[in-house]
Ligand binder design. Structure first.
Ligand code: ATP
Length: 196
């Protein structure tokens, strides 16, 4: 899975249509203070269905819409579109490229599209959860944080970054099923002993 591109228009400081194309490997976003680096990460969170406005450094839906500047009027709508390469079918949809769009209007209404079709927030969040397992977005300050946290917490972060968390989930599910099977076996043995 790979994020191919991000289109931003009217979201936070991005008043103009902005297209970011991503390559393979690590992507670093650099720029002067206040130039919108964090807004790019927030655009990714937002388009994938983020509902927590505090995580988006906002209070309400309208706050993410371009608020205007002396030379440029405010926007009526914020729109972000993310395109994901799905050749490996990590996302269980029959498309080789998946695009997710989120729009927010000043009325507070939000709408979601998957490959151009209206979609439910839940569907977008499910895709977001799969993408979240494959990518690590490191905010400013997180590097210091990583160095200061406990070794246990750091291990969890490294596991997430190495994309092995879902293997642990599968292992836990399998162990649970195994325990159920062993339980059933014990019950069968008890029944057999009782009938002897
Ligand atoms: P730093 O390096 O200082 O953390 P940064 O490059 O990460 O900065 P951001 O925090 O992404 O920058 O962007 C902050 C800018 O976004 C501020 O100038 C702020 O006024 C602007 N901004 C945020 N929301 C809106 C909005 N709704 N409309 C217009 N501008 C906005």
């Amino acid at each position: 899975m790979k994020i191919n591109s991000l289109k931003i228009q009217g979201f936070k400081s991005f008043s103009n249509h902005t297209l970011l194309e991503f390559d393979h490997g690590i992507t670093a976003i650099v720029g002067p203070n206040g130039s919108g680096k964090s807004n790019i990460l927030e655009a990714i969170r937002w388009v994938l269905g983020e509902q927590s406005y505090s995580l988006l450094r906002s209070k309400k839906s309208e706050d993410v819409i371009w608020a205007g500047s002396p030379g440029k009027p405010r926007a009526g709508m914020a729109e972000v579109e993310i395109s994901i390469d799905n050749h490996d079918k990590s996302i269980p949809l029959p498309y080789e490229e998946i695009s997710i769009t989120r729009r927010a209007y000043r009325s507070g209404e939000n709408e979601y599209l998957i490959n151009g079709r209206k979609a439910r927030l839940r569907d977008v969040q499910e895709i977001g959860a799969i993408i979240g397992e494959s990518f690590t977005f490191i905010n400013q300050g997180s590097v210091d944080e990583v160095l200061l946290i406990s070794p246990e917490h750091r291990t969890v972060l490294l596991e997430q970054a190495a994309d092995i968390t879902h293997h642990f989930k599968r292992r836990d599910e399998t162990l649970k099923r195994l325990a159920e099977v062993e339980d059933n076996l014990r019950r069968v043995e008890d029944l057999l002993n009782d009938s002897r």
